[in-house]
Every structure is written in C-alpha cells, then in structure tokens.
Design a protein around this ligand. Sequence first.
Ligand code: CUA
Length: 321
Amino acid sequence: MVTSSTYPLSYLTAAGPAARPVLLLNWGLITISSIVILIVAALIIGAIFRHRTQSEETDAPMSEGGATSWITIGVGISIVPLFASMVWMLLVLRSLREPDDPTMLRIDVTAQMFWWSFHYDDDPSGPAPLKGFTTANEIHIPVGRPVHLRVTSADVIHSFWVPKLVGRMDMIPGQINETWLQADRPGLYRGQCGEFCGLEHAGMGFDVIAETPDDYLAWRRHQLEAPDQTPALQSAMSLFDKNCGSCHAVRGTMAAAPIAPDLSHVASRLRIGSGVLANTEASLRLWLKDPDAVKPGTSMPRPALSEDTLSAIISYVDSLK
Ligand code: CUA
C-alpha cells in the first residue's frame, strides 16, 4: 500500500538538476549560519568573563573608543559571510535557468482548493506526435527530460512544490508563473502545496512518477484511450454520469465537466482525494460516503446515494484503469 512514509516529503536530498543547487545552498547556509552562531557565542562568553576579571581588578568601564572599534570589527566581519552567501545565492539562481531544450515536455498546472489539474500539451517531439490531455493529482514524466511547467490558480494563492525535484513556485490567480523540473532516475516523488491556502492546505498533495521514456510513452498513450464500456458496466456508467458527471470528466464518455478532478483512468492512480488516501476500493467507499469527514473543507459534496448506487459507482470508478 502506498503511504506517505513510502516516499517522504523530504528536501534533504535532491533527485534532479532543478533541485540540486538549492539543496547545496541549503546545506551551505546552514553550515555558515552554524559557524557564525558558534563564533558569536564564543565571543559573548569570552567578553563576559573578560569583563568580570577586569571589573574585579579595576572598576573603570571600557572606554567609548574601545567599544566603537569592536562594533566596527564586528560589522566588518559579518559582512564577509553575508556577502559571500548573497553571491552564492545569485549564482544558484542563475544555474536554475531553464535548459534550452526543444524537446521539453510542457504541462499547465492549475491549483484549486484543494487539488491539482494537470494539462499535458500536445507533444510533437517524438516520431509520432502525441495529443494533449488533462489529468489530476498525479503526473508521469520521463527521466532525463526537462519538464516546463506553467502554473496558475483558480481561486486563492497556492504554491507548486516537489521538494526533491524543484523548489516552490507561487500559483497566483490571473497570473501564469513558469518553472521546470527534471528527474534523474525513475521513482516516486511527492508534491505538496507550499502556501497556506485554507483548511485542507496540508491535504493538498500530488504525486510525480518518473519513469523510463518507454514506460512514460505507454502511460501517455493509455491516458488517451477511452474506458472499457462493457455492457455489464453500462448501468453503472449512467449512474456515475447522473450523480458525478456534472462536476467530473471521464475522457471518451458523456461526463465532461471540468469543475472537479478529471477522473479518466483514475483507478490507475496511486492515491485519491489529492493525496490523502491510498487508492483502494475501501478508501473510495470511505471518500464517497462522507468526503468532508476525510478531507474537511473539500468542495466535493456528500452525495446522497443508496448502497446499491454507491456500489455501482465504485465498480465503475474501479474499472477506469
Ligand atoms: Cu493549496 Cu496550500
């Protein structure tokens, strides 16, 4: 079962070129700050003892000129690490410039309380052009290929953040900010909203699955396929369309509303509820019975469904592999 401890939200290691310089800077600043704190603490302790010994010998306080020269020396010394840190930070900012790569994958990200919509642009770079599509709360990316992200928000300010792959980028309503990320090796990386945005800010997560180019291509092609519409699922599908289709979309079916997360192939995702539950039948049932109990503040209404309808909808959603 996928839980948050399987792939912790840690920024103590990096897995891509857009995160590595920041990680180094992070450790560097922690080291510099620690050394400064130790030196200052040692000087303060030394000064206290020196002052006591002097006071016992003579009652005369330090001359004004002596105090001023110490302040000058202190300020002078402090400027050196501060200036060095600033130069390092500017160099890191410059190194984070997006690579000039025409094969870059392009994804538009829209945040809303409290989930993520991802729209993959058409991808003409391969031997066969790939059509764009929309998905939610989980993205797949090929390793070694940079991904350009255009991020915005549909309501309040959120922040796009995948600690191991890229630092935060504000997502502001009415404005498009740009950033990029790249994964060096296949793996599962947690994304998280990095700006307090309301009751479920902490429950606003997403998953980045980095995989080999072939696996990524297979996933992407599968995303464009319409779901199985076996006769056995027909009545379950119409119950879904009736109860869920005015907010959610499933590509290739009547359900096409863009208000809530796109549920095309949702059964193949790792988690549901924007990262709050592992994607199992039991958690889907829990979620559908009372979304607000699982995720207080969610916009998902509590659907008034009979047990039979609920089971039918769950079997339909589970079929959306
Ligand atoms: Cu969205 Cu915090």
